[in-house]
Design a protein around this ligand. Sequence first.
Ligand SMILES: Nc1nc2c(c(=O)[nH]1)N[C@H]1C(S)=C(S)[C@@H](COP(=O)(O)OP(=O)(O)OC[C@H]3O[C@@H](n4cnc5c(=O)[nH]c(N)nc54)[C@H](O)[C@@H]3O)O[C@H]1N2
Ligand SMILES: Nc1nc2c(c(=O)[nH]1)N[C@H]1C(S)=C(S)[C@@H](COP(=O)(O)OP(=O)(O)OC[C@H]3O[C@@H](n4cnc5c(=O)[nH]c(N)nc54)[C@H](O)[C@@H]3O)O[C@H]1N2
Ligand code: SF4
Ligand SMILES: [Mo]
Length: 735
Amino acid sequence: MSNQKGVGLTRRTILKSIPALSAVSAAGQFFTGSAQAQEGLEFGYTICDNCNQMPMCGIRFQKQGNTVVSVGNWKEHNGKLLCNKGLATLQRLYNPNRLLYPMKRTNPKGSEDPGFVRISWEEALATIASNLKAIKEKYGPEKILVFCGDPKEPRPAAMRLARYLGTYHYATESSVACRKGSLLAEQLVYGSEYSGGGCGPKTKSYMVMATNGAWSKPHGWWNMINAAKKRGVNIIVIDSRRTKTAELATVHLQPRQGTDAALGAGICRVLFEEGLYNKEFCDKWVHGVEEYRNYCKDFTPEKTEELTGVPAELVVKAARLYAQGPGSFALTSQSLSHSTNGVNNARALLNIPAILGFVDIPGGALFGVGPKGYIVHDNGLTEDFVDYKWFKEHKKDRLDKDFVPVWNHTQVQFNPNQLPEHVKNGKIRAFCGFGYNVMIWPQPDQYAEAIKNMDFSFATDYFYRDISHRDLDIILPAAMNFERYAPFGNHGGNMVSVRTPTKPMGEAKEDWWIALQIGCLVDDPKHFFDGDVLKACDSMLKEWGTTYADCQKNLPNMTKVEGPKQQPLKYEKGLLRHDGQPGFDTPTGKIELSSSITKMHNLGTIPIYVEPFQPTQEYPIKLINGTRKPYITHSKTRTDSPYLLEIEPMSTIDINPKDAEARGIKEGDKVLIKNQYGQARAQARVSIIAPPGTAGMQYGWRGDQNSQVLIPRVWDKLSGYAPYFETTVQITKEA
Ligand SMILES: Nc1nc2c(c(=O)[nH]1)N[C@H]1C(S)=C(S)[C@@H](COP(=O)(O)OP(=O)(O)OC[C@H]3O[C@@H](n4cnc5c(=O)[nH]c(N)nc54)[C@H](O)[C@@H]3O)O[C@H]1N2
Ligand SMILES: Nc1nc2c(c(=O)[nH]1)N[C@H]1C(S)=C(S)[C@@H](COP(=O)(O)OP(=O)(O)OC[C@H]3O[C@@H](n4cnc5c(=O)[nH]c(N)nc54)[C@H](O)[C@@H]3O)O[C@H]1N2
Ligand code: SF4
Ligand SMILES: [Mo]
């Protein structure tokens, strides 16, 4: 294999030499593969992780020896239609820039050149364990932050590591900015996770709440909504932009960004005033109806138009159409939450199916179910595996208690958005990162600085990412989805898929193995399955009546496991509440239009409208900074899968033709986006996808295209999320 010793490598030589040296190993394996041309092709199975979407799609690959030579659809799998990003994972697997060996820094933090050199796994794990132990003893275990980025797969093992290290400061990207803001809204209204679903044969109306599933969800969703349209389902899309999904709509409501609380109130007013709401259901199952109804009175269709920009007659039409039902809905996993009043915006839309009684009904969205202990929104985790109870008991001890009391009350994960402050105050001193990216935060430099100032830090990743990793003590190479056993996939509640991995490239190791090995060194190995990944998976699978090995024997079929039967009206049967009583898992046992929990923390009761940041003369354009593109995921596909990068080699920004013309901007022009916080470059795409006065762009580009510098560090009081979608900017053509 490689002759790499790595001693004395500088950062620059690493960046140059990792490609070169690992190319040797990659190509080495490739050539071994082709030298074994006589060897037959074999099929293998894995799960795609390229959009961090859960549940993930299934991949059937062909391999020759240890080399994967092609990827394709796994037709027996629930998610059997791979998208372009899934197909591009082979380019990622054999990307010559992959991180293949454990590395430690040799120069002081903050140096231009960290001087990373290759070390053995033994040294890496021993160094990590001794540092974590020392910090735990000297300052207390809660000074350690265990953090997982958007990748979902490492999470169960990372959270278990946090548990037995004894730190309840376990956070993920989903507690920075992703799914858990919407989840919080769902929990406040319905008492548990309820983000909607698709359209079944009985569905007659469908409300798409600020998600562009055509681009952000797997193919199955696009097929589902097209089929629904053909069947004549009334589709109401609420989206500030004219998306592919919106183009399918019977009615497209296009509110100005951040005004959904007004739109929700306007729609509910129509339902109340016209007697279209389900009074019987409300009387029995909904709390705060009168209070919210009174609030909605002011939101006449005309007033709603004035606040949201949605024509009055469309507000009325959408309410009437949706009320015909049976209605289903789909709530965004994040877009609404990226505003200062984000959780309330999401709650207001969630109130619509609530007052209509379109809750857990045939033809509507059903509450998700899983096998024993399975936490649907924390895919891959079971309550026992991560000891959820322990984390719940320690919520009040967490550092986010005063920052976001409602979050702290309801969420098991720590909200780490004040990390710079916590590090400055000595409250967080060590960082264990699994696939993390500092660019998820507004003003990322402040977070990079916080990580630099830790007493000790390490991370695992597929690649060395300069801005996230340069100030770590140790960086570890993670095995990719083709190369690892854990985790298994859980699909539709009762189907499990497992993998037949290849041997990892270089010395990459799977995240679960890394977490379990560290666990064995800092704590009782029994808590970490003696470092054995398959034993860890089996600890969950055995509870559901199977094992990893049995599931492998079933391939290419998925394995059916023991779990509750999917059924409607679970709230009538006591299947939603923690105490087994009928009703919803809220303090009142009812759906809460008026929240007992926000009230308890003096943060209001009903989801009121608050005017979002308004365009000014200096910064006249609202910037939705984070809309998904079908061929990009976050930081990942930029360089990892060059085939996708060819589609879009630099950051682009969608600008309405009117706004473009007023600024002399043409398709393809380079533009400068600027506000009081910072500036970023992009290439203009002149498109009606963006309404006049609003621009949309992806985030995650680096250097002078880093749009995160435009976002202020101000927070939604309920979730503690940043207003990524709310900022205002000026856009000018670059000289
Ligand atoms: N402005 C703006 N900011 C946003 C958003 C927005 O809309 N606008 N959206 C927010 C949301 S919803 C999200 S989800 C985040 C994006 O979340 P990010 O955390 O940026 O997600 P990724 O870029 O997918 O992955 C982060 C890192 O993990 C590595 N990685 C991937 N898979 C694995 C794995 O299995 N193991 C290991 N060890 N490493 C892995 C990748 O190489 C990468 O370096 O950004 C958030 N920030
Ligand atoms: N291809 C691809 N797929 C992905 C990802 C990816 O990066 N690329 N990321 C994955 C992740 S981590 C996530 S969280 C999901 C996100 O999935 P989505 O939530 O579907 O993604 P977005 O495109 O960010 O936002 C959805 C829509 O919200 C609209 N919107 C923005 N602000 C407002 C508002 O104030 N009101 C209303 N009504 N609409 C608004 C935008 O115009 C946009 O069309 O996607 C996942 N899937
Ligand atoms: S939608 Fe695409 S990227 Fe996401 S899991 Fe499926 S194939 Fe992979
Ligand atoms: Mo996300």
